[in-house]
Structure formats: structure tokens, C-alpha cells
Design a protein around this ligand. Structure first.
Ligand SMILES: Cc1cc2nc3c(=O)[nH]c(=O)nc-3n(C[C@H](O)[C@H](O)[C@H](O)COP(=O)(O)OP(=O)(O)OC[C@H]3O[C@@H](n4cnc5c(N)ncnc54)[C@H](O)[C@@H]3O)c2cc1C
Length: 446
């Protein structure tokens, strides 16, 4: 099911960003005979695996549990590959318990209906807190109602990304470059993009530039009212081998009302995090699409951009105290014996989502600049699509956006002020937090 518009195959493609969107696109181009004559270059500001990239972590939830049927369909097709041919050694099917206790129950009900429509017999409704406690093996319930889907799972994100990178390298088709893109090469007289200017002053020229710079994308293109970076907290607690073995059998627990979740341990670390509204980090930068002026003055814009441990002078990531308190309280509630003062978190991080107004991805040609395609807007849920999203992106590049994603992935008709964004209904926890202000209130020390 797709809408077709004929598009010429470019002779050269430059991909900016080596995360889920960029690397999977490179993989798909390598596999697709239509692109056998196309030169493919992938540039990233960091050596692989990007130490502060959103796609690199111990674990990511792999679920078809979506309130939106197209994502359930696509996630289900991705899962078929996770189970069989796509990095299966990095995929674990331990189940996912989704709960809520407020308006987010609407998302849970819609998601339940969608997974049931897949015909699975592995879903069990959890009507009360006792059910939730028993299924998840937790001391106190998180959320009042929900369901468990035993056919959902999680993947070792870094392991799977390394696996995919190896696959891409095996084609010997992609030129990998480690450099920071300073700006797109925009010709305003012709409304075209012909590649990228790098920080060292050199350029990368291509017929088609695919911008997939994750949460940094709004630093290279004016995406105000379309995409913004939001920071989400993650904490890790070391476990003994016996604790790890015990928790590994339990489902992932995701409370959509608080946003807090726990993924079974990986490599001796239990991860507690928040799928929330996150922190914004308003940053004033030169307008990424500014035309050169005779006076040399530069227009600026203010957008939320990532601030990571690589930006910090001490190369360590501090996290607002409120984030640690929220994760600690959640852990103390579900597994009190792991949350004693003698068991501190040993690692923390802020990981950056690229949020859109509706939680839909942005996979589209730019409406003004020919030669520019944008693949971003992961909105905190794109990892699970790693086995299939590259193929979908290439279909969109060829003008064949899948029918059920038309109007969802395409360039939005209007820019909407961020305070009016509704999201996809899956986010919980505090709203409206600004990173600098939260840091001023207190930073967590590990
Ligand atoms: C805390 C957290 C938890 C998540 N949990 C889940 C989950 O459970 N399940 C799920 O499915 N998804 C989850 N996600 C979402 C998923 O991980 C992301 O949607 C996905 O990884 C985004 O990939 P990306 O390619 O857009 O970004 P990235 O992986 O960040 O890749 C962007 C790349 O662009 C590069 N780049 C940026 N600027 C430049 C520049 N100027 N020049 C050159 N290179 C540049 C960066 O170095 C980076 O490597 C989670 C995300 C986070 C942050």
C-alpha cells in the first residue's frame, strides 16, 4: 500500500547522521538494486557508536503496543525480523506490562485493541493493582490498570546498532566520514540543497542530502514548530548475577501516567528511566538557513537542542535532582530491596528525543529545497523499527510513502507553537521543565 510519484534515482546521496534513521537508510540503499550505481556517503560528528547518540544504549523496548494502528502494523513487521534474521541475538522477548492511572489509560485501551487485532493470544488484561503486582513481580503496583503483552520485548540497542553497522560495512558501498556538518549547502536563488559544509571548511556534495541528525536536526534546518529536542533521564543500578537472572524473567514495566519505566537488566545493569515530556534546552544559534547579507549580520533563532556529556567541560553528565528523585522513588516502590541507601545508581544520562507535535516521524522531502530529504522525529519510539525503517525511508525517497503513513510522516502543513503540541498521548510526568532551571534547583550526584 503506497502512493506513487515517480522520482529519479540520485547518482550520489549524502546521509547526515548515523543513528537509527541514517544507518538504516544506508543499509536499505545498499540492498536496493535501484541504487546500485549511486554513491553513498554517511557523515557523523562522532566515531561509531556515537557516545551521546539516542540510538546507543543498553536497551530499548520493542513493542507493537501502539494507540495508532499504522505503527502497530509496522512494529509488528519489525518484530518478525527481530525474532528471526535481524540481530536476533540482541532481542529478548520477555513481555511488556503497560499501565496507567490517569488520562493515559486512553492510550492503553487503544493500544490493547490494536495488539488484539493482530490476533495474538499473548495479551492479558490487568484489571487491578494486585494483578499488576503479581505479573510484574513487584512490591507495590505502578499504575491502577493495564495489560501485559508477552509477545513484546526489548533489544540491546548498542549491540543491534553495531550489528547493523557491520552489515552496512559488508557491502563496501558506503563512505563513512567522521566530521561535524556546520550547515547545509543551500542555494537560495534556486531553492536547492547540494550537500553540506563541514566545520573544517570542506564540503560534501551530493544530488540528494538526507538529513537524519536526530535531536540535533533543528540546528541544521529551521524546524521551529515542527521538531524539538527534549531530554529524558536514565539511571542505571548494578545488580548481582542472581538478581539479574531473577529480573530477566520479568516483563518490562511502563507506567504511562508517570512515564517511568524499568527494562529487565542487561550486562549487570538495571535501567530506570522516564518516557516523559522531558526537559527543553532553548539555545540561540545562527539561523541555519540564513542568506548571506552584505552587512554580514546574522539572524538567530532559539530552538531546543541537546546538551550532552560531550558538551560539558568535564565530560560528565549531570542530571537534575528531580529526575533522580523520580527514578529512585519508582524503584523504591516496585523493588524496595534494590533502593536501599547502600545501593546507589552508578550511571546516569540525559538522552535526547526528537519530538514532533503528534509523535509521528518526519520522513519527507523538504517543501522548499529540492535535493533535501529529512528523516527524523523519532519522538522517543523509533528504535524498534530499526529492521524496517530504512526500507520505509527509501520508499518515501522514491515517492512511495506507505498509504497508512500518508499525512503522518509528510511535511506538516503548518508550524504549530510548541505549547500547543498534543503528542501521541503516551507521555506522563511533569510538563514544561527547562533543563537549566531544573539544574539550578539541584543536580544529582552519583
Ligand atoms: C532515553 C531514550 C529511550 C528510548 N526508548 C526507546 C524504546 O524503548 N523503544 C524505542 O523504539 N525507541 C526508544 N527511543 C527512541 C529511539 O532511540 C530514537 O527515536 C532513535 O534512536 C533516534 O534515532 P536518530 O537516528 O534520529 O538519532 P541519533 O541516534 O541521535 O542519531 C543522530 C546522529 O546524528 C549525528 N549528528 C548530529 N548532528 C550532526 C552534525 N552537525 N554533523 C554530523 N553528524 C551529526 C549524531 O552524532 C548522531 O549520531 C528512546 C530514546 C531515548 C533518548
Amino acid at each position: 500500500m503506497s502512493s506513487t510519484k515517480r522520482v529519479d534515482v540520485p547518482s550520489s546521496i549524502l546521509i547526515i547522521g548515523s543513528g537509527v534513521f541514517g544507518l538504516s537508510t544506508a543499509h536499505s540503499l545498499c540492498k536496493n538494486p535501484l541504487f546500485k550505481e549511486t554513491s553513498i556517503t554517511l557523515v557523523d560528528r562522532q566515531p561509531f557508536p556515537t557516545p551521546d547518540g539516542s540510538s546507543i544504549d543498553t536497551s530499548r523496548i520493542i513493542r507493537p503496543d501502539y494507540a495508532s494502528p499504522p505503527y502497530t502494523r509496522l512494529a509488528s513487521s519489525a518484530q518478525s525480523l527481530w525474532r528471526t534474521t535481524f540481530a536476533p541475538q540482541h532481542y529478548h522477548e520477555n513481555g511488556l506490562c503497560i499501565t496507567a492511572s490517569g488520562p493515559e489509560q486512553k492510550y492503553v485501551s487503544a493500544s490493547l485493541a490494536n495488539v488484539k487485532a493482530l490476533g495474538t493470544d499473548k495479551v492479558k488484561i490487568l484489571n487491578n493493582t494486585e494483578h499488576i503486582k503479581r505479573v510484574c513481580g513487584i512490591a507495590n503496583a505502578s499504575g491502577s490498570t493495564g495489560y501485559v503483552n508477552w509477545s513484546s520485548g526489548w533489544a540491546d540497542a548498542e549491540g543491534a546498532m553495531r550489528w547493523l553497522r557491520h552489515e552496512v560495512e559488508s557491502f563496501s558501498r558506503v563512505q563513512f566520514i567522521i566530521r561535524t556538518v556546520k550547515s547545509l549547502l543551500i542555494d537560495h536563488t534556486k531553492s536547492t540543497v547540494s550537500g553540506a559544509l563541514l566545520h573544517d571548511g570542506s564540503t560534501l556534495i551530493a544530488d540528494l542530502t538526507i538529513l537524519a541528525a536526530g535531536a540535533w536536526t533543528p540546528s541544521l534546518l529551521d524546524l521551529r514548530g515542527i521538531c524539538k529536542a527534549t531530554g529524558q533521564v536514565l539511571y542505571y543500578l548494578p545488580l548481582s548475577p542472581s538478581e539479574e537472572a531473577q529480573l530477566a524473567k520479568r516483563p518490562t514495566l511502563l507506567n504511562l501516567s508517570t512515564g517511568l519505566f524499568m527494562i529487565p537488566p542487561s550486562q549487570g545493569l538495571l535501567k530506570i528511566a522516564r518516557h516523559g515530556h522531558g526537559y527543553v534546552n532553548p539555545t540561540t544559534i545562527p539561523h541555519p538557513e540564513a542568506k548571506a547579507t552584505s552587512s554580514g549580520s546574522t539572524a538567530t533563532i532559539t530552538v531546543s537542542l541537546p546538551y550532552t556529556h560531550l558538551d560539558s567541560p568535564t565530560n560528565t553528565q549531570s542530571v537534575p535532582q528531580e529526575g533522580q528523585s523520580a527514578c529512585r522513588t519508582f524503584l523504591a516502590n516496585i523493588h524496595p530491596t534494590l533502593a536501599t541507601p547502600s545501593r546507589p545508581f552508578t550511571k546516569s544520562r540525559i538522552c535526547w528525543y526528537t519530538d514532533t507535535r503528534t509523535g509521528d516521524f518526519l520522513i519527507s522531502y523538504h517543501p522548499t529545497y529540492s535535493g533535501l530529504f529529512v528523516a527524523t522525529g523519532g519522538s522517543g519510539h523509533a528504535f524498534k523499527f530499526l529492521p524496517v525503517i530504512g526500507d520505509s525511508i527509501v520508499e518515501c525517497v522514491l515517492g512511495r510513502t506507505p498509504e497508512d503513513f500518508r499525512g503522518l510522516w509528510e511535511w506538516p502543513k503548518e508550524r504549530v507553537p510548541e505549547e500547543m503540541w498534543g503528542g501521541d498521548g503516551s507521555r506522563g510526568g511533569p510538563v514544561g521543565m527547562v533543563l537549566a532551571a531544573e539544574m539550578t534547583k539541584g543536580q544529582s550526584k552519583l
